[in-house]
Structure formats: structure tokens, C-alpha cells
Design a protein around this ligand. Structure first.
Ligand code: CP
Ligand code: NVA
Length: 313
């Protein structure tokens, strides 16, 4: 089985910790002569159906620093814009490159790509999950607090794709996580139940102040994710009591780690003084994206299906 990554569970038992250990290694060796180059001689396609700043840059730089060659692919610059099916694009990519990263809307579209592509396909964000972001958040938290076990994780705002990957991570790592959301923006119950069944302690509430009390990690995301622009007014009004303010931060642990995947909307989901304040690790988490991207690309490279395709004539 090739190493596709739709969600964090695809990393297998202990997989998240292995990636975090490897990310810490890559953080240490950055810029050094003995930095590994497991992608030497390999082309990696970075396919984006939606905009991206951090994911694109981190994957592109990670590929270069691992010795590989990144190729950015977007619909408007390819025949995808003229209706070429996802499956046909997938087959072309699979004949050319050693691995693919894919940002798209639906899980079904991601799965169609992964099924039809002979190379591993890694999720660079879908409407339902953002595993790459959560690996970077976990790495940042572990570096800041020295551990993940026993920390109180608090999510405030929309239970977005990032929140849902955090819930999954909470299950896989048996974390304690509280989410404060308006009822209409609560996480899907089956995903909460799955995390609980794996051993997480998950609390879902509508009370942001109660949730933030003694939190070790305070997280949020934009209120209007990509593709939700038509719901903007409704979302902003329903989510306005769920802003991360300095007052909310003051309820949390004195050592709280504040994270936001970015891009941020100051004065909406987070206040500017929090984003730029002493407990913000937001910019460190951006840099973490590079280290965790390297660990993830290396993970894909170590599995079957990575590498030049067998000549198929
Ligand atoms: N956090 C994140 O994925 O940012 P981009 O949308 O800029 O890639
Ligand atoms: N929830 C956001 C994350 C952006 C990185 C979105 O999907 O737009």
C-alpha cells in the first residue's frame, strides 16, 4: 500500500510521535552540511485547487532542502481548468513525479486523486481536515511546553477543518481537549466519538470563558474558511462571542501557547494584541510547517509507490 495521507490516522500507530521526533531532528539540522536529502533526484508535484501561502512555501522549501524538485500545479495553469477529469490528472502526475501533495475541497475529490495516482498523495487541506497544520501545531506546542501529555487543549470558534484534525490528533495521542463553539458550528459528533473511543477526553461547550480556564494551548481559526464566503455575514454574527481576546488569554495558564493556523483576521477570531502578544506562538508555528513538511515528505518517500514509475509500455 502506498503512503497516502488523507487524515492523521493514516500515519499508523505511533505515527504522529515519529513525525514529531523527525521534525525536531529536521529543526536541528537545518542549514547544516549533514542535512539528509532523501528526495534527491525526485520531482514532487504540489497541487493546489485553493489558494495557499504557508502550505505552498513550506512544501516547496522542504522539497528543495530535502534535495528534490518541487513543481507547483494549479488548475488555472493546466488542462484542469478546461475540464480534464481529476482521475486523468492523477494518472499523468503518477507517471511523472514521485509524490503529490494536494489541497482541494471535498474528501471525495482527494480520494479520487489518491486512487488514480500511482504515487503517494498527501493532504495539504480539504474542507474536512488539515493534518499538515496540526502536525506543525503539535511540534510547536511540544517545543514550547516540552510535552503534549497532560496539557489542556482549548479550541475557540468554528470547528473548522483544522479543529477536526486537532480532534483526531487528540484521539490518537489521548489528549484532553475542550471546544467552545456556537451550536451551529460544533464539530461532527462521529469524529468526537471516534476520538473519545481512542482515549481522548473531549468536551464540547458553548462557553468560551469556561473552556479557556487554565488552558495550556489556546487555538482558533478563521470564521470564514475557503469556500464559505457566501455564509460570511451569518458566520461572523454567530461567532462574534468566540473571539480570542486578551481577557480570554488571562483566564488560561500563565504559560499558555496561543496558536492560529493563519491567515488571521484581527478583530474577528483573534485580537491583534493577542496575535502579537507574548503568549503567541503563531509565527513559530509557521516555521514549524517547514520541519513537519520535511518529516512528512520523508515518511512518504520511505513507503511503497514513491519514486519513478515502472516503465509501463
Ligand atoms: N495555515 C495554512 O495552511 O496556511 P495557507 O492557507 O497559507 O497554506
Ligand atoms: N479553515 C481555513 C484554514 C486555512 C489554512 C480554511 O479552510 O480556509
Amino acid at each position: 500500500m502506498k503512503r497516502d495521507l488523507l487524515r492523521l490516522a493514516d500515519l499508523g500507530d505511533g505515527g504522529i510521535v515519529d513525525i514529531l521526533d523527525r521534525s525536531a531532528f529536521y529543526a536541528r539540522v537545518r542549514g547544516k552540511a549533514d542535512h539528509p536529502r532523501p528526495l534527491a533526484g525526485h520531482a514532487i508535484a504540489l497541487l493546489f485547487d485553493k489558494p495557499s501561502t504557508r502550505t505552498r512555501l513550506s512544501l516547496e522549501v522542504a522539497t528543495v532542502e530535502l534535495g528534490g524538485h518541487p513543481i507547483i500545479v494549479t488548475p488555472d495553469s493546466t488542462q484542469m481548468s478546461r475540464g480534464e477529469p481529476t482521475e486523468d490528472t492523477a494518472r499523468v502526475l503518477g507517471r511523472m513525479v514521485s509524490a503529490v501533495t494536494y489541497r482541494t475541497n471535498t474528501t471525495a475529490r482527494f480520494e479520487a486523486m489518491a486512487r488514480a495516482c500511482r504515487a503517494p498523495v498527501l493532504n495539504a487541506l480539504t474542507d474536512d481536515a488539515h493534518p499538515m497544520q496540526v502536525l506543525a501545531d503539535l511540534h510547536t506546542t511540544r517545543e514550547a511546553r516540552g510535552r503534549l501529555d497532560g496539557l489542556r487543549i482549548c479550541w475557540v470558534g468554528d470547528a473548522s477543518n483544522v479543529a477536526r484534525s486537532w480532534i483526531e490528533a487528540a484521539g490518537l495521542l489521548k489528549l484532553d481537549m475542550t471546544l467552545a463553539t456556537p451550536p451551529a458550528f460544533a464539530p461532527p459528533l462521529p469524529e468526537v466519538d471516534e476520538a473519545r473511543a481512542r482515549g481522548a477526553r473531549i468536551t464540547v461547550t458553548t462557553d468560551a470563558r469556561e473552556a479557556a480556564k487554565d488552558a495550556d494551548v489556546l487555538l482558533t481559526d478563521v470564521w470564514v474558511s475557503m469556500g464559505q464566503e457566501a455564509e460570511r455575514d451569518y458566520r461572523i454574527s454567530a461567532l462574534s462571542p468566540y473571539r480570542i481576546t486578551q481577557e480570554l488569554v488571562s483566564l488560561a495558564s500563565r504559560e499558555v501557547v496561543v496558536l492560529h493556523c493563519l491567515p488571521a483576521h484581527r478583530g474577528e477570531e483573534i485580537d491583534a494584541d493577542v496575535l502579537e502578544g507574548p503568549r503567541s506562538f503563531v509565527w513559530d508555528a509557521v516555521e514549524s510547517r517547514l520541519h513537519t513538511s520535511k518529516a512528512l515528505l520523508e515518511w512518504a518517500a520511505l513507503g511503497p509507490g514513491f519514486g519513478p514509475p515502472p516503465f509501463a509500455v
